[in-house]
Design a protein. Structure first.
Length: 253
């Protein structure tokens, strides 16, 4: 039995003091692979250096919506040049975030469209961040969908109807620590959506699951998420691990 963490920022400064120990704990918890979504130009070096030392940690290339500013086209152009130097497992994390700041909403939307184009042109998945912006994110995905677009709605926390809409666009749902929260609201989604549309994630160092809530999250905590899904869907932990691992492997193949 092993797991795949489909979304973890293990290159973040929060892991600067104990990176190797954290990764060792992940392996001891049977986490076999970690997918690392990029944030911006500044985060690239740390991510790529970590991947070089630990090839089981895979880099994605993208611009996080909270880092989309007036110069986004220049930043995206610089990021896109990296595709000429090496391959990436996916695009991300891209998307829309209306929670923190709405100054650059139009820029976020255009940045998402551009990154959808990257994913389609290179036939790799895109990992989506959406916060207080599901309707607009879905609208852009529908607009961009031509049969080539696939990926993950990361940190999914919406309704059953929203989950089905995402699945209908050839996307999987990234389920993490929120699923373990008492008022997380994900039980209906976990009950109704088939396991074949679910991948596990931690979003480390954020959103640690119960019983680690409030602490720095890390991939070693992924089994707590899998256990919660198993409980809600009346499955064994082995069944959840096997299915979600296969889903992630198929997506990022």
């Amino acid at each position: 039995m092993h797991y795949i963490d489909s979304h973890a920022h293990v290159f973040s400064p929060e892991f600067g003091q104990d990176l190797e120990e954290m990764l060792q704990r992940a392996q001891e918890a049977h986490v076999a692979e970690i997918y690392m979504p990029n944030i911006d130009l500044a985060s690239l070096d740390a991510m790529l250096q970590l991947e070089e030392r630990h090839p089981w940690c895979h880099s994605l290339l993208g611009l996080h919506p909270c880092h989309v500013f007036q110069d986004y086209r220049d930043v995206l152009a610089q990021l896109e040049q990296w595709f000429e130097r090496r391959s990436f497992k996916g695009v991300g994390e891209a998307g829309l975030d209306y929670y923190w700041d709405k100054t650059f909403i139009l820029e976020q939307q255009e940045a998402l469209r551009i990154q959808c184009g990257w994913a389609k042109a290179r036939q790799i998945p895109i990992v989506l961040h959406t916060r207080d912006a599901f309707k607009d994110t879905l609208e852009i995905i529908r607009e961009q969908q031509d049969g080539r677009l696939r990926g993950i709605f990361h940190c999914f926390s919406g309704t059953v109807e929203e989950a089905q809409a995402a699945v209908d666009q050839n996307f999987l749902l990234g389920i993490g620590g929120v699923s373990t929260f008492k008022n997380g609201g994900l039980e209906p989604v976990l009950r109704e959506i088939d396991l074949k549309y679910i991948v596990l994630e931690t979003d480390s160092p954020y959103l640690a699951p119960v019983p680690k809530r409030g602490k720095r999250n890390e991939p070693a905590f992924l089994p707590y998420v899998a256990q919660r899904i198993a409980e809600v869907k009346s499955l064994t932990l082995d069944e959840v691990a096997a299915a979600t691992t296969a889903n992630a492997q198929n997506l990022f193949a």
